[in-house]
Design a protein around this ligand. Structure first.
Ligand SMILES: Nc1ncnc2c1ncn2[C@@H]1O[C@H](COP(=O)(O)OP(=O)(O)O)[C@@H](O)[C@H]1O
Ligand SMILES: [Mg+2]
Length: 437
């Protein structure tokens, strides 16, 4: 609930108030960009122009359904004559949404934590929210709403009285994190790591480090930067006026404290982010102790237990050299009879893609993988590195047919690929065979 009137909201968004809210209306219950729910929920609907549809064209329908108001481009004003509810106009609704979110962030006076990095943003955010949430009224990004639309919506969802805001920040190009930091004005900035992910966007790993470091430069004076101790690429980005806390081997926070217990089915890869979450919790002023039960977002290492003691780790949310290496290391420690790795293409790796796939093959061998199923064109290059017999298939559909025929009792299975490969299809096939317990 934004307990502010239409004048304040228009002003805060830098928008023109074309028509006031309904008589006697309090502020909007929430802010939404989804025309399907904005009406019923009494929201301020933000009509975002997209590649195919302009969200603004739903403004009338949304007002008729009971929305508190709409924020749309001026060209939509005419269609809204006679409709009930506030009408705010701005030529760039996404920019206005960000400006409004920043104003609300200032109203809240919560401690804001921004989390970025190549790998482990969502996991770190989930862990941190669970640790801090035991003691403080905490609002965190839901799932992956980490862009210039998702981040403002998260800020605007936070009710008055929120004490800590944990915001995931995505990087889809130079300048994007800087923009998100301008909206969030973080007191604490966390960089989980710097790794070759989305190399195609920026060209090099050094450029990726520079883009992540935009967060450090956006931390408010007197704030705290939480960064990996071992990452030399961030050395040039230690902003003045901000306290630096390092985590990981050789850092200020090397591991989680012994009196912090993490409960529930939390995959080992997710727990790699615990030192960063602990450092960030302390930066917020929360001492990480006791038992916490984090809610881990889906597809990030879910465990599926099948008949005949077959255990499958479903980690198909994304894949890159860093996360695949970590997942293979976990598989090596998984016990059982045989280790079976079903690895799909790692996308968007740029010119070194082949080399990265070959190295993953070699790492699978080093991790003691007995059966390697390689899925997709790039994964052909994993074969030579692996050395042993490789079952190659062109896509997830073919893998879904093959993998169930390969499994034996006691197998420990890893499913890992970039999201675009759809490797969860293999998990569905295994479930469909009725092996799920
Ligand atoms: N610190 C880490 N090191 C290696 N792999 C990791 C780490 N954290 C997470 N992962 C892997 O990366 C995948 C994506 O994790 P997630 O937390 O969603 O990251 P992001 O939000 O940055 O995309 C997980 O499924 C897991 O396999
Ligand atoms: Mg994420």
């Amino acid at each position: 609930m934004l307990d502010r009137d239409a004048h304040w909201i228009a002003d805060a968004a830098g928008a023109t108030l074309h028509r006031p809210a309904r008589d006697g209306a309090a502020g909007p219950a929430t802010v939404s960009t989804d025309s399907r729910d904005a009406g019923a929920s009494g929201a301020l609907f933000v009509g975002i122009p997209g590649a195919r549809v302009d969200g603004g064209s739903f403004a009338r329908q949304v007002l008729d359904a009971g929305a508190w108001g709409v924020l749309v481009r001026p060209e939509h004003a005419e269609d809204l004559d006679g409709a009930d509810g506030a009408v705010l106009l701005h030529p760039d609704p996404v920019a206005a949404l960000g400006t409004l979110a920043r104003a609300w962030r200032r109203e809240l006076a919560a401690t804001v934590v921004g989390v970025t990095g190549s790998v482990g943003k969502t996991s770190t955010k989930d862990l941190l929210a669970a640790i801090v949430g035991r003691e403080r009224r905490t609002v965190a990004t839901v799932g992956n709403l980490n862009t210039e639309v998702g981040l403002p919506l998260t800020v605007l969802r936070a009710p008055r009285g929120t004490e800590v805001l944990v915001l995931e920040m995505a990087m889809r190009g130079a300048g994007q994190i800087a923009e998100l930091a301008r909206i969030a004005e973080p007191d604490v900035g966390v960089i989980t790591n710097v790794a070759p992910v989305h190399v195609e966007l920026l060209g090099s790993i050094a450029a990726i480090a520079d883009a992540k470091a935009e967060l450090l430069h956006g931390i408010v004076p007197g704030g705290v930067a939480v960064i990996p101790a071992a990452e030399r690429l961030l050395d040039a980005h230690r902003p003045g006026g901000v306290r630096i806390v390092t985590f990981g081997p050789g850092g200020d926070v090397e591991r989680a404290p012994g009196d912090l217990a993490i409960e529930g089915d939390v995959p080992p890869t997710v727990l790699r982010n615990l030192p960063a979450a602990v450092a960030a919790a302390r930066a917020v002023g929360v001492d990480p102790t006791g038992t916490v039960r984090p809610a881990i977002s889906a597809l990030r290492g879910e465990r599926l237990t099948l008949a005949d003691d077959v255990v499958v780790v479903v980690d198909c949310y994304n894949a890159n050299p860093m996360s695949v290496t970590a997942a293979l290391d976990d598989l090596a420690l998984a016990g059982g009879e045989r280790r079976v790795a079903v690895l799909g293409d790692m996308l968007e790796l740029g010119p070194d893609a082949r080399r990265h796939h070959a190295e993953i093959g070699a790492h699978a061998r080093a991790a003691g993988v007995e059966v390697l199923v390689a899925v997709g064109e790039l994964c052909r290059h994993a074969g030579p590195g692996f050395g042993g017999r490789v079952h190659w298939v062109p896509d997830a559909e073919a893998a879904a047919r093959l993998v169930p025929t390969l499994l034996e009792p006691g197998d420990r299975v890893l499913l890992k690929a970039s999201r675009g490969i759809g490797l969860e299809r293999v998990a569905e096939a295994l479930r469909e065979r009725g092996h799920d317990r």
